[in-house]
Design a protein around this ligand. Sequence first.
Ligand SMILES: Cc1ncc(COP(=O)(O)O)c(C=O)c1O
Length: 323
Amino acid sequence: MEFKAIPSPCFVLEEQLLVRNLELMEFVQKEAGISIIVALKGFAFYDSFPLVAKYLKGGTASSLNEAKLVYKKLKSKPHTYCATYVPSEFKQLLKCSSHLTFNSLSQWNTWSKQALKSKKCKHFGLRVNPGYSEIETALYDPASEQSRLGIPRNKFGDQLPEGINGLHFHALCENNSFTLEKVLDSFSALYDPFIKQVEWVNMGGGHLMTKEGYDILHLIQVLKAFKEKYPNLKEIILEPGSAVGWQTGVLKSTVLDIVDNGGKTTAMLDVSFTCHMPDCLEMPYKPKVRVGEQENGKYKYTFGWIRAVWQEILWMDFLLVKN
Ligand SMILES: Cc1ncc(COP(=O)(O)O)c(C=O)c1O
């Protein structure tokens, strides 16, 4: 399709680039003998899910609607982790999920009776704080002492609660395999007796294995070493989101007006940071702007938004065309 024919605004995904990422992930799965599932938090481009399903082993959901999307579009049962389960949704999640993970012992105590009666879902896990991360933005650091995400070691107790057969941590954010290795050292040091008792470990997301320069062979080596250390584990799961869609496309936008007030020139766009690139406000990321025909960048504009159109959450390059 010619670029000009693509509507604006539009998230444009290039299929061959996605396939390239998926092939690499498939290689990791096969070589390391692990499962990779897509995290909808980081990649929710559901029209591409039939393609994703050919390479990855399903998806992870953090809400009922995400769980339904995994079921419908990836044609598999989601691994579900919600920081807290909403009473009106729990029954449905239990029915459609293959794995359910709980963020605290109180959440497990609340739902365990109902969960253990289920004939459909048999994999129940606890999210733990692995005690190490290299995430500098405090808001996103799930391994800090005060983190609300995951049970810290001193609250875990000495016994694995009855009915729990898996452990989960998520402590990476666009990190490499060397950081994963350090997280695993800390996770093993803190939870070793429990890892020996469970059947599965989910190592969360943040594994940016499709980024140029990522040492894939080292990742495979780290995963294999963990498997050898814990031969009791039937399944090791990674759930990256960003790595799936990493550099697979652009967000096309159009300059609809130029406003020059008080010495400040603002290009008025048909996209907004709030709706199309929320991570640019929270994290904050800075989009790479590719200015269509004006590639050599003579523009010096502030970008202003006009209207909110979509709510798709996806991080991508930002491609701007002159109206
Ligand atoms: C529990 C969990 N799993 C997976 C992910 C996906 O992370 P990423 O998109 O960085 O790979 C996230 C992101 O916040 C998460 O919180």
